[in-house]
Write a protein that binds this ligand. Structure first.
Ligand SMILES: Cc1cc2nc3c(=O)[nH]c(=O)nc-3n(C[C@H](O)[C@H](O)[C@H](O)COP(=O)(O)O)c2cc1C
Length: 252
């Protein structure tokens, strides 16, 4: 197995960190790999906020659905989908006057632009995760950063055409985290389809969860996941928050 595949296959989320600082050269290497991520139109439609103030980390540990380990992470990066930088640049370059001159309306960032910016930010984030892993650093995504849009906007002075799409916590893993077994995944045959989408049958669901080492009674597990994850308070808040952001993004 080559080194890249080994890093990809051995990686797991790390949620407990040694009290060991991350050297500047290691941070620089992670950043360098992050910035080399593919990016739509080579526009780099993302920004990263390196959260260094303990006060901010402590706040995030609460606002991101009460996850205390965030406050203990030596390095916390907030990834923003960011169309603000380019739209500011367009305005600075006189596109408003140019549109008027051509008799066409000025187009502002819309939902599709937000999706592309989210793609850029997430792809860059995953480069950071893999680069960090290759340097012995563990990491964990925090999706709950998409909750509490208004609070996070104010906390980090975020302008209209930005959205915090993920938070990454980094640190050297404790022995407990190193020893913890990897999580399982669904078999590839339930994920990779040929040419067209394949809705799963009842038997296939049984096989899918059985192969993963889970329950043979998927209805129970499905119900528990529905209430524990899909319809949990944090999911309800996530959807409220994203709706609020979309309203602000489109000028509502
Ligand atoms: C979009 C996204 C959001 C996530 N949010 C959280 C989170 O808020 N808290 C957390 O502890 N883990 C979070 N995770 C990590 C997942 O729980 C983890 O990737 C999953 O359980 C599989 O485990 P593994 O990464 O160790 O293989 C998130 C992962 C992704 C990709």
């Amino acid at each position: 197995m080559n080194d890249v595949l080994e890093v990809l296959l051995k990686r797991k989320s790390v949620r407990a960190y040694k009290k060991q600082a991350i050297p500047a050269e290691v941070r620089a290497q992670v950043l360098q790999a992050t910035l080399r991520a593919p990016t739509a139109g080579n526009m780099m439609l993302y920004s990263i906020i390196d959260v260094t103030e303990q006060r901010l980390k402590d706040r995030l540990a609460i606002t991101c659905d009460h996850q205390p380990f965030i406050a203990k992470a030596p390095m916390v990066w907030l990834f923003l989908a960011d169309y603000q930088r380019w739209f500011d640049y367009f305005l600075q370059c006189g596109v408003e006057e140019a549109c008027e001159h051509r008799g066409v309306p000025l187009r502002k960032p819309e939902e599709g632009d937000l999706f592309i910016a989210c793609c850029d930010a997430l792809i860059a984030a995953q480069n950071a995760v893999i680069a960090a892993e290759s340097l012995g650093l563990g990491s964990c995504y925090i999706g709950d950063i998409m909750e509490q849009y208004e609070t996070h906007r104010d906390l980090f002075s975020l302008p209209r055409y930005t959205f915090p799409i993920c938070l990454l916590c980094f640190g050297y893993p404790t022995q407990g985290q190193i020893d913890r077994p990897r999580t399982s995944r669904f078999d590839g045959k339930f994920i990779l389809f040929e040419d067209r989408y394949h809705p799963l049958t009842g038997e296939e669901f049984v096989e899918m969860f059985h192969k993963r080492g889970g329950s043979d009674a998927p209805s129970n597990f499905g119900q528990s996941m529905y209430f524990r994850k899909f319809n949990a308070d944090f999911s309800v808040e996530l959807n409220r928050s994203v709706r609020a952001m979309l309203k602000a993004w489109s000028g509502g």
